[in-house]
Structure formats: structure tokens, C-alpha cells
Design a protein around this ligand. Structure first.
Ligand code: XMP
Length: 328
């Protein structure tokens, strides 16, 4: 049986032994990087800097009480747990760079490059000699394997260690996702963190589908996504849905206009796509056969709130493969 307490004790002493100088970690708010940051912070305190970059494509989330900007919430949680955390708000820079980019891989490339440059600056300024990463076992097992693993390699094993000449420390290297979640819970993080669903690095930018992630488009998908996530999470809280490994989000399709009617007038607007998949490892995934009531609630809430720009709500019932989890 996996024992989170023992794991933390072992890794904290290992970090104390191995890290002789300042260290830096990029924290996304996900469970993997949060656990890594917490372990190393327990070992070396203020000599660890946990940097969270707000690229302007982060979500709004419900923290159990109210609606929050995700980046602010993440940094607050890290600080509350005693981690030396810093929020770098680069949202304007990212939004400006992407306002005319509609090609998905181009969005990913620009966001990735900017992120690395910003993170490198932070590392230099802080005088970091060590890079801490939240890599877990599937990240490297699957990345070393056959062709089905290309997707994961592409997303998760980034260019950071190659590009930055820092010594690497990866406390979670041998953990699986469920174990990482147990460690995060043991460390006292809120369920919003230890149960957090994966969220892509390029964030909401790749959920404005086939169109540039302009401020307006991002705001629309952010609001739809908030409503959808809250419907699913409320259903988990009240027992309508069981908790399991799943990913649920909204995408905005502004370019394909579909028809609606208002009085005698027909009008054409974009639509929202909803996704909710259940999975073990995100390599394969099935759409979830959700209760119709939840989907109807989403359709009503989304068209009520976003009716100026959205007239339809579609639920994506394709499995991976041949689909992927994301819309782009
Ligand atoms: P796909 O869409 O490829 O996604 O089935 C598999 C998992 O990876 C996440 N994902 C990303 N993560 N950068 C990331 O860090 C990305 O560009 C990216 N694209 C997809 C996706 O959310 C899912 O959990």
C-alpha cells in the first residue's frame, strides 16, 4: 500500500541532501507541480521559488465559495501552505502576441516559447541553480515508449531542462497520478487542487476553436467553461455523479454560425462545444454518458448568459481515439 506520509518524509530528506543552492519550479496549479513544490519547500524553505505565469488563458474557477481568477487562487493556496510563490502576470503580452493567430500548433508554439523565456528570466533573477519539476511516472514511461505515446511526449515533457542549464530534481518521478493526488491530499491541499483535472499549458487559447484567442473570444469561452465545470462539480458534491478521473470543459466555435430565432427574426451566431470524458490515463478516453438533466442545465445557463454571441450548445460524444481530449 502506498504511504503518502513515508513518501513525503523520504523525498524531503532526499531534497535536503541533493539541493545545495537555490531552486525554482514552474507551477501550473496542477497536482503534480504543487506536490513537487511543496516537498522541496519543506526541505529548503525560501530557497525555493515557485513561479506561476498567468498567460491570460487561465480559467475562472469556483473555489467552493465563490468565483475566482484561477491564477490568483493557485498562488494564494501555495502561499497559504508556506511556499515562496510568485505570480507573474504576463497576460497582456500573451494576448497581444496571439490576437491574430488561429492555427492551433502555432498557438502552442508561441505560448510555449514565451513561457520558456519568461521562466528563464525568473530563474536568472532568482539565481536558481536547480530546476524542480513535477514529472510523474507516466510522463517518462509513456514518452520513452512506442508511437502511441507521441501525444503525451509532445504535451508534457517540455523543452525546459534542455534549454536551461540547471540541475534537475524531480521528486514525483516514480509516482502515478492517483498516488500524486494522495500525496497532495496528505500535504493538506484543498480538493480543488488534489482532484484538479488536467488543464493544457496553452489553456483557453486552444479552446477558442479555429479562431484567434482574442480577449473577447477568451472571455466567452471562460464564462461557458466556468458554468460547465461548476455544473459537473456541483453534481459531484451532491452525489449525482461519482468522483473519478475525468476531464470536462467548454470550447467556443465562433466561426461556424448556426441559426436561432427571436420573435420573427432568424439570427446566426457561434456555438459552444462541451466535452466530458472519463479515462484512466488520458491516452484513451470515452465520452461520459452524463444525465440529460446536466446537459440541459448547461445549455440553458450558457445560452442565457452568452446569448449575444452563442446560440447553440453541442455535446461531443466522440471517444479517443480517433478523437483527442481537446478540441484543438
Ligand atoms: P489530447 O487532446 O492530446 O490531450 O487528447 C491529452 C491530455 O493532454 C492535455 N493537453 C495538453 N497539455 N499542453 C499541455 O500541457 C498542451 O498543449 C496540451 N494539449 C492537450 C489535455 O488537456 C489532456 O489532458
Amino acid at each position: 500500500m502506498f504511504d503518502p506520509k513515508r513518501f513525503v518524509e523520504e523525498k524531503v530528506s532526499e531534497a535536503k541532501e541533493k539541493i545545495k543552492g537555490k531552486a525554482i519550479i514552474a507551477v501550473s496549479g496542477g497536482v503534480d507541480s504543487t506536490v513537487a513544490a511543496s516537498i522541496v519547500s519543506n526541505a529548503i524553505g525560501e530557497d525555493l521559488l515557485a513561479v506561476h505565469v498567468d498567460n491570460g488563458f487561465m480559467r475562472d474557477i469556483f473555489d467552493g465559495k465563490r468565483k475566482r481568477r484561477e491564477s490568483e487562487y493557485i498562488v494564494e493556496v501555495l502561499k497559504d501552505s508556506g511556499i515562496n510563490a510568485k505570480l507573474v502576470d504576463a497576460s497582456e503580452e500573451f494576448l497581444d502576441a496571439l490576437k491574430e493567430v488561429s492555427e492551433p500548433e502555432e498557438k502552442r508554439r508561441i505560448i510555449g516559447e514565451k513561457f520558456i523565456r519568461i521562466f528563464e528570466n525568473e530563474a536568472r533573477e532568482f539565481g536558481a541553480e536547480y530546476l524542480v519539476q513535477g514529472t510523474i511516472a507516466p510522463d517518462w514511461i509513456e514518452s520513452g515508449g512506442g508511437q502511441r505515446d507521441t501525444i503525451k511526449t509532445h504535451h508534457n515533457v517540455g523543452g525546459l531542462p534542455e534549454k536551461i542549464s540547471l540541475k534537475l530534481f524531480e521528486p514525483n518521478r516514480n509516482l502515478y497520478k492517483d498516488e500524486t493526488r494522495k500525496v497532495a491530499e496528505f500535504l493538506g491541499f484543498p480538493d480543488k487542487i488534489y482532484r484538479r483535472q488536467p488543464f493544457p499549458g496553452p489553456g483557453l487559447a486552444i479552446r477558442v476553436v479555429g479562431a484567434p484567442p482574442m480577449r473577447k473570444n477568451i472571455e466567452i469561452v471562460r464564462r461557458a467553461n466556468y458554468l460547465w465545470e461548476k455544473i459537473i462539480e456541483d453534481a459531484i458534491r451532491d452525489g449525482t455523479l461519482e468522483y473519478k478521473e475525468r476531464q470536462y470543459f467548454a470550447g467556443y466555435f465562433p466561426n461556424t454560425k448556426i441559426v436561432g430565432v427571436h420573435g420573427d427574426l432568424r439570427f446566426y451566431k457561434g456555438f459552444i462545444g462541451l466535452r466530458c470524458i472519463e479515462t484512466k490515463d488520458y491516452m484513451t478516453a470515452n465520452f461520459e454518458k452524463l444525465p440529460w438533466g446536466l446537459l440541459e442545465e448547461a445549455s440553458i445557463e450558457i445560452t442565457n448568459e452568452l446569448g449575444k454571441d452563442v446560440v447553440g450548445v453541442f455535446y461531443d460524444i466522440a471517444n479517443k481515439p480517433p478523437r483527442t481530449v481537446e478540441f484543438e
